[in-house]
Design a protein around this ligand. Structure first.
Ligand code: BDR
Ligand code: CA
Length: 318
């Protein structure tokens, strides 16, 4: 099978960076471009981080397009992202300033151009707030018809939230964008907190990886350091959830995910449940399913697969 051709929309972010590493370590995937969004930290920082991570991995050939700096309607909450991912978004890493530059095209236009140029050939992954994707849908009505598949990290369907008691960060950060995307007709696979919280990378896993003396192993340790400190302080757990990397399982290990087809929407009413994703399990709304949503995962198997891929990446750079 030829590799799945992917464009990644992302807000690096510690687990976003790990997603880039995992994609580049996975022969089943060809990462063709990155578009950046506001989210965990400012758009300037997420864009710098994307460029720096690609340069670190000798992958600067992959183009990066800079995207939206703000959500569609709501004010941003980047302070929360900085508390989780460190003020740069990259934990305690110290990657050099990237020498590569972004492409001249805005991420929204870049997405439209790339997907229209090759209808139903490219898969979109979105692991940050959905602002760029929503604007591409609104700016070019054909966009929704030419995306082969959209894999999203976002939402909390049966589980509680991590940004409000009910809502997950990426969706809470731009619920109006999520509403547009969910109702766009694009074939969606949703990877919510319900499953990502079952994929916990422990500090012991990171120590194990660091038995290999490699800049990649050190990067994984340093990029997750603040992230893990946050989990320890607020959740009493010595590790962190592999939220964004779990999206990659949709391509490299789909058998680990239990996917169900449902109609899923997001609350944009402005009340206490704003940003909450909810599935119509009982089909009371009588609307056709608009996505596949992961409701269970063989979490530890995914974490082991992630570590194996990181080990391969370490060895390829020794
Ligand atoms: C999501 O929020 C961000 O902090 C992570 O990068 C991930 O995309 C998890 O809720
Ligand atoms: Ca993210």
């Amino acid at each position: 099978m030829p590799p799945t051709r992917i464009i990644l929309d992302t807000d690096p972010g510690a687990d976003d960076a790990l997603t880039i590493l995992l994609m580049l370590a996975s022969p089943e995937i060809k990462l063709e471009a990155i578009t950046t969004t506001h989210g965990n930290v400012t758009i300037d920082k997420t864009t710098r981080n994307a460029l720096a991570v690609l340069e670190f991995l000798n992958a600067s050939r992959i183009p990066v397009a800079k995207g939206c700096s703000l959500p569609l309607v709501k004010p941003p909450h980047q302070a929360k992202g900085e508390a989780v991912h460190g003020s740069s978004g990259m934990g305690r890493t110290n990657l050099p300033e990237p020498t590569s530059k972004v492409v001249d095209t805005h991420a929204v236009d870049y997405l439209i151009e790339r997907f229209l140029a090759e209808p139903n050939e490219l898969t979109l992954f979105a692991v940050g707030p959905l602002t760029n994707v929503a604007l591409a849908i609104r700016k070019e009505p054909r966009f929704a018809q030419v995306v082969k598949e959209l894999v999203i990290m976002g939402g909390a369907v049966r589980s509680g939230g991590n940004m409000s008691p009910l809502a997950e960060f990426n969706i809470y950060e731009d619920p109006h964008a999520a509403h547009i995307v969910f109702n766009s007709g694009i074939p969606i696979t949703l990877i919510p907190l319900d499953v990502t919280y079952k994929c916990l990378l422990t500090s012991a896993d990171v120590d194990r990886l660091n038995k290999i003396d490699s800049p990649v192993a050190k990067f994984v340790r340093d990029v997750t350091a603040d992230y893990m400190a946050f989990y320890l302080k607020y959740e009493g757990f010595a590790g962190c959830a592999l939220h964004d990397p779990l999206t990659v399982a949709a391509i490299i290990a789909p058998e680990l995910l239990s996917l169900e087809e449902h109609y899923v929407d997001v609350d944009i009413s402005g009340g206490v449940s704003t940003g909450k994703t909810y599935a119509d399990f009982m089909k009371v709304a009588k609307k056709p399913a608009n996505m596949k949503v992961a409701l269970d995962v063989r979490g530890r198997e995914f974490v082991e697969l992630f570590i194996e891929r990181m080990e391969t990446l370490c060895r390829s750079r020794l």
